[in-house]
Ligand binder design. Structure first.
Ligand code: 13P
Ligand code: SF4
Length: 357
C-alpha cells in the first residue's frame, strides 16, 4: 500500500474499525488521499457538516461543525477555494462571506426543505403586513431570503439573536418547529398568520387559538416551513425506545416538534448534541437527527452506545459523497454564485449574526 494511503487507512481504522467495515475503509483511504492532494494543489479548505458519513467526516474536512461554527470558519479562511460538504444554503453562506473566493458544493441536489419553504417575496409581504417588526431568518434559507432579513440565526444562537434585537415582537422564519421551541424558551406566544393560529406554552402544555390581528404585540410571528427529516420523529417513537431501553437519554434537534422536544431529555444544535454526549456520564443515547451523526458520535465515544432511527434520513446531506468531493475539486464543480446586490444585503444579516457570538 502507498505510504500515504497506509497512514490514512491507519487513522481511519483507529477511529472507525467498529463502525465501518475494513473493505470500505481501504477504499475510502485511497479516495481521501487523492482528495487531500488536490485540496493542497488548489489551496482549498474543506468544511464538513456534522451530518457527513463517518469516513468522509474523519478524513478530508479541515473543519467540521454545526452551521454556526462552519459559517465562522468560512468567514475566517484565507484559502482560494472553499469546498462545502453540506447543503446549498451553507455553501451560499460561505459565498456571501467570501465574494472573491471560489465556493464549491459537491452535489447539485443538496437542497433543504426549510430553505425551499419560503421566498424573498414572502418575507417582503410579511414586512408589509407587520411594519417595523424586525425579521430573523434561520440560516437554512437561500441568499435572497437572507437579503430581506435584519439578522440570521442558527439553532445554537436563536434565543441570543432574538434577545439582541431589543424588540418585543419579532418575525422568525421559516421553521415552524424551531420557532415554537424558541417561543417556549423565550416565554413568548407565537402567531402563524398563514395557518390562522396562535400557540401559547404553559410548561409542557401547548394551547392553540385562532389568530387575532389585534393581538400581535409581544409575540413571535412564524411561518409554516418544516425540516422534512426532523418533522418525522414522534413522541410515540420516543416512548417505544424508552420502553425497550429504559436507561436511554434522548437527544432531539430543535427542528423537531415541540412535543418531541418536550419528551426528550436534551435539545440542541448538532454541535450541542455532540458536546452533550461527550460531557454526560450516561451510557446509552437516542439521537433524533440525521442518522450519520450517530456514527460520528459513536466513533468519538467508544464507551457509549448511540441508538438512532435510520428510517429517517436527510436526502440532501446524503447526496454529498467522497467521490463527488473529488470530482468537485477536479472539475471545479458546482460553483456557487450569488448576485452582488443580494450578496451585500445578505452579508449584513449573516455578519450581524456572527458578531453576536
Ligand atoms: P445545525 O446548525 O444544528 O448543524 O443544523 C443544521 C441542519 O440543517 C439541521 O438539520
Ligand atoms: Fe434541511 Fe432538514 Fe436536511 Fe437539515 S436535515 S439540511 S434542515 S432537510
Amino acid at each position: 500500500m502507498d505510504p500515504k494511503v497506509q497512514a490514512m487507512y491507519d487513522t481511519l481504522r483507529a477511529k472507525l474499525e467498529n463502525i465501518v467495515p475494513d473493505v470500505e475503509l481501504r477504499y475510502k483511504a485511497e479516495l481521501a488521499v487523492e482528495i487531500n492532494a488536490l485540496k493542497e494543489e488548489r489551496n482549498a479548505v474543506i468544511l464538513g457538516h456534522n451530518y457527513m458519513e463517518p469516513a468522509l467526516f474523519y478524513s478530508i474536512p479541515d473543519f467540521t461543525g454545526d452551521s454556526l461554527e462552519l459559517s465562522r470558519k468560512a468567514a475566517q479562511t484565507n484559502k482560494d477555494v472553499i469546498v462545502f460538504c453540506g447543503v446549498r444554503f451553507m455553501a451560499e453562506t460561505a459565498k456571501i462571506l467570501n465574494p472573491t473566493k471560489t465556493v464549491l458544493l459537491p452535489s447539485e441536489k443538496a437542497g433543504c426543505s426549510l430553505a425551499a419553504s419560503i421566498t424573498a417575496q414572502d418575507v417582503r409581504a410579511l414586512r408589509a403586513r407587520f411594519p417595523g417588526v424586525p425579521v430573523v431568518t434561520y440560516v437554512n434559507t437561500y441568499a435572497d431570503v437572507k437579503a430581506e432579513s435584519d439578522i440570521c440565526c442558527t439553532s445554537s444562537n436563536a434565543k441570543a439573536v432574538i434577545e439582541s434585537l431589543g424588540s418585543d415582537t419579532v418575525i422568525f422564519l421559516p421553521d415552524e418547529y424551531l420557532a415554537k421551541n424558541v417561543a417556549r424558551e423565550t416565554g413568548k406566544r407565537i402567531l402563524f398568520p398563514t395557518k390562522d393560529q396562535v400557540i401559547t406554552f404553559k410548561g409542557n402544555q401547548i394551547q392553540t387559538a385562532p389568530y387575532d390581528p389585534a393581538a400581535v404585540a409581544g409575540s413571535l410571528i412564524g411561518w409554516h416551513g418544516r425540516c422534512e427529516v426532523h418533522e418525522k420523529f414522534t413522541v410515540q417513537d420516543i416512548q417505544a425506545v424508552r420502553a425497550q431501553f429504559p436507561d436511554v437519554t434522548v437527544l432531539a434537534h430543535p427542528e423537531c416538534s415541540p412535543e418531541v422536544v418536550a419528551a426528550a431529555d436534551f435539545s440542541g444544535s448538532t454541535n450541542a448534541m455532540i458536546r452533550y454526549v461527550r460531557e454526560s456520564l450516561a451510557k446509552r443515547y437516542l439521537l433524533l437527527t440525521e442518522c450519520a451523526m450517530g456514527d460520528n458520535i459513536a466513533a468519538a465515544n467508544p464507551d457509549k452506545e448511540m441508538l438512532r432511527l435510520c428510517m429517517v434520513r436527510c436526502p440532501h446531506m446524503n447526496t454529498i459523497t467522497m467521490e463527488d468531493t473529488l470530482a468537485a475539486l477536479k472539475y471545479n464543480r458546482y460553483v456557487i454564485e450569488v448576485p452582488e446586490d443580494i450578496r451585500q444585503r445578505a452579508a449584513r444579516a449573516v455578519q450581524r449574526m456572527i458578531e453576536i457570538g
